[in-house]
Write a protein that binds this ligand. Structure first.
Ligand SMILES: Nc1ncnc2c1ncn2[C@@H]1O[C@H](COP(=O)(O)OP(=O)(O)OP(=O)(O)O)[C@@H](O)[C@H]1O
Length: 472
């Protein structure tokens, strides 16, 4: 955040929100609808409109380059040489007659973990074809898998897709053991060598036992099957996670058979993100991207933790906004609009599901952060603003400790981060919260809750200012 100029400088970050955000999709929808209303021809039939849109020149030439799930060619991968080399070195064993090691790839989201794994596996597969080795990449994302049984079925089903055969057990109503046997059958009959890619593995917690999460059982069973010949193919397991501490939750039983090689993926800085975007600028027709677009999208994405997915997403949304508004080029203002929209949607997703009390804690803390120079909020000040808010809407009031715990829970949604601090003996200890998104975006989003909207933002702001002045 502090190693480049805040891209929003000069664009009003001080909290004096001027635009009325019309809907959950933010200002962009409003802009496009007001644009439409000025050009609408009421006599036009739907068919005419469709034909007209069809003839309109778009700005985006190749949408796949802006799709985060598309595996880009190797020459578009930038800034991950070390990781590419490590993963290639370890998995290349699959090209011979040996079992490659298991891997644990960890680092924040959007730092290229899945991309590098897919790119290396794709190349291994290409070489294996020329050597008559039947190699398969069996990939699952564990995010939506809630039990071990579901995960094993999913693996069997992906293995079957990769081998172009059918799964012969039903998805429901059979024991997990049968699903394992089916997975072994498919792999053994169709592959000499296979890499299991378990993306977002830490999400596979299961319902049974928090001490023995499903991901731990999955790792144990898979690596054991490799060792005791249930799986005759040479298999390697690549576990991918954002949670650097995931391996600490893997039970000792699983750990002793899994024993992975670790590969760390660190954050991208704004320069690396710029290079990533530049290698994809041919997603647009020549000359339609203004020169400020890429540096600004990269700077915005670098503000959180340098997420390439976010940078690519910003460039795509900016392009789509420009297209929808009938503009001839993608400009800086489209990126700013896109940033608002992307941030707001993410915050909305989280905020929609939390209780009013948590919203009040978050609102109070974000209100403080929006008034401080470094956009941080002390828990002690946040709590006083929280008390003001709960009094104002006559809601129950938590003790300070509960308020702090509720705020700490917000770290799981990556909305806030915190550090324990003390500003000298007179101020005592407090937590200092930092936001992953602009505090103003969080405030705007929370004001969509009618109870919170009962309190005037100006009133909150003057309470906050007074409290911040009182900080020692
Ligand atoms: N070094 C890079 N060069 C080019 N594109 C990249 C690079 N790193 C990431 N990307 C792109 O960013 C997007 C996200 O990358 P990827 O899915 O690999 O992230 P991840 O670390 O696996 O994140 P998550 O943990 O959220 O799944 C993809 O579209 C990918 O193509």
């Amino acid at each position: 955040m502090d190693d480049f100029e805040d891209p929003r400088d000069g664009a009003g970050t001080s909290g004096e929100d001027t635009t009325e955000q019309p809907s959950e999709f933010g200002a962009s929808e409003q802009a496009s609808s007001s644009n439409e209303s000025s050009t609408v021809d009421e006599s036009q039939s739907i068919e005419d409109m469709l034909l007209e849109f069809d003839q309109q020149e778009g700005l985006i030439r190749d949408r796949s380059l802006l799709d985060p799930n598309h595996i880009v060619e190797e020459d578009r991968i930038v800034g991950r040489d070390r990781q590419l080399q490590e993963v290639t070195k370890m998995l290349r064993v699959a090209l011979g007659d040996n079992r490659p090691p298991n891997l644990f790839l960890y680092g924040p989201s959007g730092t290229g973990k899945s991309l590098i794994t897919k790119a290396v596996c794709k190349n291994i597969s290409k070489i294996c074809e020329t050597r008559d080795i039947r190699f398969g990449t069996i990939e699952v994302n564990c995010q939506d898998l809630d039990t071990l049984g579901v995960a094993v079925y999913e693996l069997a089903s992906r293995a079957a897709d990769e081998a172009d055969v059918a799964v012969e057990v039903p998805k429901h109503g059979v024991a997990t053991k049968e699903k394992w046997d089916e997975l072994y059958r498919i792999v053994n009959e169709n592959f000499d060598s296979a890499v299991f890619v378990l993306d977002e593995l830490d999400m596979l917690v299961g319902r049974r036992d928090k001490q023995d999460p499903a991901f731990s059982r999955l790792l144990y069973q898979l690596s054991r099957a490799g060792a005791n010949n249930d799986l005759t193919a040479h298999i390697s397991v690549v576990a991918i996670s954002n949670d650097t501490k995931m391996m600490e939750s893997v039970g000792s039983r699983a750990l002793s058979s899994f024993t992975p090689e670790d590969v760390h993926f660190d954050d991208y800085d704004a320069n690396q993100l710029q290079s990533i975007l530049r290698r994809r600028q041919d997603a647009f027709y020549e000359g339609v991207l203004d020169e400020d677009v890429i540096p600004l999208a990269a700077a915005f994405a670098a503000q959180t933790h340098g997420d390439a997915r976010k940078a690519i997403d910003l460039m795509r949304v900016a392009g789509e906004l420009a297209e929808r508004e009938g503009d001839e080029s993608v400009r800086e203002e489209h990126v700013r609009e896109a940033q608002d929209k992307v941030e707001k949607n993410r915050v909305l997703e989280v905020v929609r599901g939390i209780s009013t009390q948590k919203k009040l804690c978050l609102y109070a803390t974000a209100a403080v952060a929006s008034e401080t120079d470094d956009e941080s909020a002390r828990s002690t000040t946040g709590y006083r603003v929280y008390q003001f808010l709960t009094d104002a809407i006559e809601a129950d009031q938590y003790h300070q400790e509960t308020y702090v715990n509720k705020m700490k829970e917000m770290t799981t949604y990556s909305l806030v981060d915190f550090e324990r601090r003390s500003h000298g003996p007179s101020s005592g200890m407090f937590l200092e919260f930092q936001f992953g998104e602009r505090p103003e975006t969080i405030l705007e989003t929370l004001r969509e809750d009618s109870r919170i909207d009962m309190v005037s933002p100006d009133e909150v702001s003057s309470v906050v200012k007074a409290q911040v002045r009182n900080e020692t």
